[in-house]
Design a protein around this ligand. Structure first.
Ligand SMILES: NC(=O)c1ccc[n+]([C@@H]2O[C@H](COP(=O)([O-])OP(=O)(O)OC[C@H]3O[C@@H](n4cnc5c(N)ncnc54)[C@H](OP(=O)(O)O)[C@@H]3O)[C@@H](O)[C@H]2O)c1
Length: 264
């Protein structure tokens, strides 16, 4: 798709959650470079203001900055209200966080927050945006899941379960929205450069395998019409496809054995 065709189909405004760092920031930059205006949401609005200033200077982008704590179950509705007057053609539901380590050591309250941010928010945002996209007869939704959503992941159990929901959500909607002019793509990144991975990449032996966030954003947008799912990372994509081809018991035993050593 040419640049103009892309913006005609998915523009003029993209709503990006989790745009204050990492993959979301990279999506915002790539969309601005493609001529989109933006609505960006996160808790750290000072980071979003910095992003908005940068994109205005580089591309003349108009950015609406919205403070949103998506661990509040009411936040998606407020975000939909705040963008009601904007011509949203693309939702990038990207905000999320992980909890790594032994399942029983995780704080139950943190797990509940993770489910609200990683699962409740994308479901509610998609529910609010779809009627708007249908009224326009065109548009797109990108959900950021993870390769860990493709199979249960020992020592990342709760996070992987949350990302499995996102894949199921995206796949179901990909099927439902066929023929409506609305593309749905569920992005399954492997290890990607971000604030999140900066905290544990060394511990998990991923440092030399981190994919640049800008590359993930560009490849994802280039593949938006090639859903239902997209794995941008060659190494982790191949590794998880290999695991999925194994008997489930063997795959989970191998993963548990490899990851146990990383858990203190
Ligand atoms: N990096 C990887 O290796 C990797 C791999 C697979 C999947 N992913 C997924 O990619 C997505 C982006 O993560 P990232 O890797 O780019 O990490 P990141 O740099 O930590 O960015 C996470 C983003 O989510 C936002 N966020 C977190 N909690 C939030 C909350 N309660 N309310 C609103 N926004 C919130 C953060 O904004 P504030 O802190 O400003 O609120 C930030 O903008 C996540 O869904 C993650 O699960 C990442």
């Amino acid at each position: 798709m040419t640049g103009q065709d892309f913006i005609d189909r998915y523009g003029s405004v993209a709503l990006v959650t989790g745009a204050s760092s990492g993959i979301g920031w990279a999506f915002a930059e790539e969309l601005a470079a493609r001529g989109f205006n933006l609505a960006v949401a996160a808790r750290r609005t000072e980071r979003l203001d910095e992003l908005a200033e940068k994109l205005a200077a580089a591309y003349g982008t108009k950015t609406t900055v919205i403070a949103a704590d998506l661990s509040d179950p009411a936040a998606p509705a407020a975000l939909l209200d705040a963008t009601a007057e904007l011509d949203i053609g693309l939702l990038v539901s990207n905000a999320g966080f992980n909890l790594k380590g032994r399942f029983e050591d995780k704080d139950p309250a943190a797990m509940a927050k993770m489910l609200t941010v990683n699962c409740h928010a994308p479901m509610q945002l998609a529910h609010g945006v779809i009627p708007r996209l249908k009224a326009r007869g065109k548009g797109g939704i990108v959900f950021t899941s993870s390769v860990e959503g493709l199979i249960g992941c020992p020592y990342s159990t709760a996070y992987a379960a949350s990302k499995a929901l996102v894949i199921s959500l995206g796949e179901g909607l990909w099927g439902e929205l066929q023929g409506e002019g609305i593309d749905v793509l569920t992005l399954c990144p492997g290890a990607t450069e971000s604030e999140a991975t900066a905290k544990y990449a060394e511990e998990y032996g991923m440092v030399d395998k981190l994919q640049p966030a800008a590359e993930v954003a560009t490849l994802t947008l280039d593949n938006i019409a090639n859903g239902p799912t997209f794995l941008p990372h060659a190494h982790y994509g191949a590794q998880f496809e290999q695991l999925l081809a194994m008997p489930r018991r063997d795959a989970l035993t191998a993963m548990a054995g490899a990851l146990k050593a990383t858990v203190v």
